[in-house]
Design a protein around this ligand. Structure first.
Ligand SMILES: Nc1ncnc2c1ncn2[C@@H]1O[C@H](COP(=O)(O)OP(=O)(O)OP(=O)(O)O)[C@@H](O)[C@H]1O
Length: 243
């Protein structure tokens, strides 16, 4: 087996005293956190605890109301919207519950889309490596509609990895999959972290999915209230109950 640690980014995302308010609502209330490089972190919390807001701010989709978010060492609060978009495209990968593939494009075209949008040149060797790693080498000319849900999510993962991002954010990536396919996708995410040193952040409601992570952050009312390292599904469910 090959490892590609040398090819991963030196930077991750760090947040310092981050708040986000919507009118009177304090959706994030003083978040300070740096995602460990090469680590797999799950973020959990009850409905309304601020998970989506956390994901949006940490990934540069949105700007905090106060505090600092650094992506690859760059303070996103100081960037124009256009520059933040560019930084996000180059430094962050996304995987969503709904896959978000372009139906008219084949697998390879979908995977290459972030490079195309950013005017970046594909690295053929890395593309082949990513496609092989997610198990799609014999599917590159298929369209999304010709693939199972699990395969479509693998395409989305390959698309997230193709730019060699600092951090991949996965938002309920198994939410649309049956339990067996969900386990396969989680096992693949774990393998990608272990084999490539990719930093990964998973936002999920599902203790079984979160248990694949190195550690779980628990959000409540916009704050990080706990971290569980090397968590079992039972320990996660237990902590969840008391939030
Ligand atoms: N655009 C917005 N405008 C106003 N209030 C918002 C907005 N986005 C989020 N909020 C509020 O901020 C708080 C945190 O919401 P957020 O969506 O981050 O929580 P969540 O943990 O992701 O919830 P869920 O699990 O239900 O998706 C909630 O009180 C929510 O109503």
């Amino acid at each position: 087996m090959t490892t590609m640690l040398a090819e991963t980014s030196a930077q991750t995302v760090s947040m310092e005293a981050v708040t986000k308010t919507y009118g009177d609502v304090r959706a994030l209330d003083g978040i300070t956190w740096t995602f460990p490089r090469g680590g797999f972190t799950a973020v959990m919390g009850p409905s309304g605890s601020g998970k989506s807001t956390f994901l949006h701010c940490a990934s540069g989709l949105d700007r905090p109301s106060s505090g600092t978010v650094r992506i690859g060492g760059v303070d996103i609060g100081r960037l124009s919207e256009a520059k933040r978009t560019r930084l996000r495209r180059e430094r962050i990968g996304f995987v969503f519950q709904s896959f978000n593939l372009v139906p008219s494009m084949d697998v390879e075209q979908n995977i290459l889309l972030p490079l195309q949008l950013g005017g970046m040149k594909p690295d053929r060797a890395w593309l082949d490596e990513v496609v092989r790693r997610v198990g799609l080498a014999d599917r590159v000319r298929h369209r999304p509609a010709e693939l199972s849900g699990g395969q479509q999510q693998r395409v989305a993962l390959a698309r997230a990895l193709v730019t060699r991002p600092d951090v991949v954010f996965a938002d309920e990536p198994t939410g649309a999959l049956d339990p067996r396919t969900a386990r396969e996708v989680m096992a693949l995410l774990r393998e990608v972290v272990d084999m490539t040193g990719q930093t990964l952040v998973l936002v999920t409601h599902d203790p079984a999915a979160a248990a694949w992570a190195d550690s779980v952050l628990f959000l409540s009312r916009g704050r990080i209230v706990d971290e569980l390292a090397a968590p079992s599904p039972a320990a996660i469910a237990n902590r969840w109950e008391s939030l």
